[in-house]
Every structure is written in C-alpha cells, then in structure tokens.
Ligand binder design. Structure first.
Ligand code: GLN
Length: 290
C-alpha cells in the first residue's frame, strides 16, 4: 500500500467529482474532466497526457458545486464546440446542441451552392457561422432580437474570422416589416423556440437557458405559426428553409408549411429522432409573396 498523500491529485479530484455529479447528470465523468481542464486552462487531451498527477487546483471545487446546482458546463466554461468550431456562449444564448448539427448538414444537402443565407434568431450565431465556414462563397445575415445575444454572435463571427461575411442585426421576426430590404435567400435557417410551455425540462435547461429561446406557447408551435408563412417571400428561386423542430412536431409543422404552399422533407438527428424540416417551394411554382 502506498502512503496516503496530503495532496489531492487531479485524477483523484476528478474521481471524487464524478461521484458527486453522478446522481445529477448522465455525463458526470465527462463534465468533471471538462471542468478540470477549464480550471487548469488546458485542453482535455493535455489534461489526460500531462496533468493527471498534478495537485488539483483550488478553483475546481467551486466549478463542481456550480455544476451540482445544474449550471450547464458550457456556461461555466463560457464556450461550446459546434460543428467542429469553438463558440463563446453566455446565459443570453441557447447552448448549441449536437442535434442542431443536423440542420447544418441538411442545409448543405438542400443547397450546396448557396450564396445568400439568412438565420432567423441567430443566438450565438452557431448555425449561421458553421454554415458560412462550410460555404466560402456565401454571405450571411443573422437577425436576433436580444441585444445581449447579438453581442455573443458578433464576438463569435470575429473570433472565427467570419465577420466580413456575416451581417448581424438586431431585429425580431415577429414584428411587421422586419425583413424590408433584405431581399431573398438561397437558405433560410431557424432554430426557433419550440418547447411546450408546460414541458418538464431538465433543471440545467429550465433554470439556466434563455426561456425566450425555448418556449413557444401551449403546443410549442407559436413561433412556426409566425415564421413559416413569411418563408415564401424570403426564399430565392430554388431556395430552401431549414427549421429545427421538436421530435413530435413533424406533422404539425409540415401542415403549417403546406398551408402556405411549401413542401417539407424530414431529416433525423444522430439519435434517429425527427429534428429538421427542409421546406421548399415546389418546382414549377412561382414564389408567392405570402
Ligand atoms: N432542443 C432544445 C431543448 O433542449 C430546444 C431548442 C429550441 O426550443 N429551439 O429542449
């Protein structure tokens, strides 16, 4: 048996924190590792390769206490990876989800040569900026009603070297006239709020993420009812709109789209759930100004 050490190592502290977080999250070990890497100011691979035997930093305990109170790791660390890019996040923006990468893939499939892209409610800018990073010839417009979120989107555009191709404006797509002068787009993206008002969300979402980015009326469809009828006037010929949906909302959102002459193609996320609808004006039909 080795002598008990007076100093807690990084490895020991991660193990202890995993036990503390275990009852509260499915990702206890991962969360503990990410928070330790953040406390040490290193990447997770440097943590594993070089730092496991070091003395645990004093700041780690506080980070674990915050996570134990359900604060999301992304808000504690201030950033989140999405589509292979690093995004700054704050509680002013929804944390980009892996599920939403399906929307970026679907946009690239729907219109691989897109030149003009609009993101309605851009939040952190994750969807728009990930897409622009994939489409070097494209320019984008992101609109966002929250000034605090817009600041985050602008910081991300600058950090990713995309500020010259991303115009980020404060606007609210539920207000008449918001799109005046914007023209038409090859791709329109939106991850609108779609959660039912009474939904039983995880505390890390409900207590920390912006309610205005999550909730959309009793059936979660209010945002689609406002946004979808505006899409025919925003789409260029051959253009497509990509909407993230809740996994039970395929039929309802498809019906809202059909009512304004749009056809819908469903895309599933990596978990196999319905996640994105690609909406287009059927071939041969002129764009209406609905
Ligand atoms: N998918 C998100 C969730 O965690 C909801 C995102 C949204 O409403 N746009 O519930």
């Amino acid at each position: 048996m080795s002598e008990p050490s007076a100093v807690t190592t990084v490895a020991q502290a991660i193990r202890a924190a995993t036990d503390v977080l275990g009852p509260r999250t499915d990702t206890a070990r991962l969360d503990a590792e990410l928070l330790m890497a953040h406390a040490l100011g290193v990447s997770r691979s440097v943590l594993f390769l070089q730092r496991m035997g070091d003395a645990a930093p004093a700041a780690f305990a506080d980070l674990i206490a915050r996570r134990a109170a359900h604060e999301p790791v992304a808000y504690i660390c201030g950033h989140q990876e999405f589509f292979g890019l690093d995004f700054v996040v704050s509680p002013a923006v929804l944390i980009p989800r892996a599920d939403s990468e399906t929307l970026v893939e679907a946009a690239l499939t729907a219109n691989p040569d897109a030149r003009r892209v609009l993101d309605c409610g851009t939040g952190s800018g994750a969807l728009l900026l990930a897409l622009l990073a994939q489409l070097p010839a494209a320019t984008g417009t992101g609109i966002e009603r929250s000034a605090a979120a817009l600041e985050i989107a602008r910081a991300n555009a600058a950090a990713l070297g995309l500020a010259n191709r991303a115009a980020l404006h404060q606007a609210d797509w539920s207000t008449a006239g918001w799109a005046a002068g914007l023209g038409r787009f090859d791709l329109v993206l939106a991850n609108p709020p779609y959660v039912e008002a009474a939904a039983d969300l995880d505390a890390s979402v409900r207590d920390y993420e912006p309610a205005e980015a999550l909730f959309a009326g009793p059936d979660g469809l209010d945002a689609y009812r406002i946004l979808v009828p505006q899409l025919p006037a925003l789409l260029a010929p051959g253009g497509a709109a990509l909407l993230e949906i809740g996994h039970t909302q395929t039929a309802a959102v498809t019906a809202i789209a059909r009512a304004v002459g749009l056809e819908a193609v469903l895309h599933h996320d990596l978990g196999g759930r319905p996640r994105v609808l690609a909406l287009q004006i059927p071939l041969g039909k002129a764009a209406t100004s609905a």
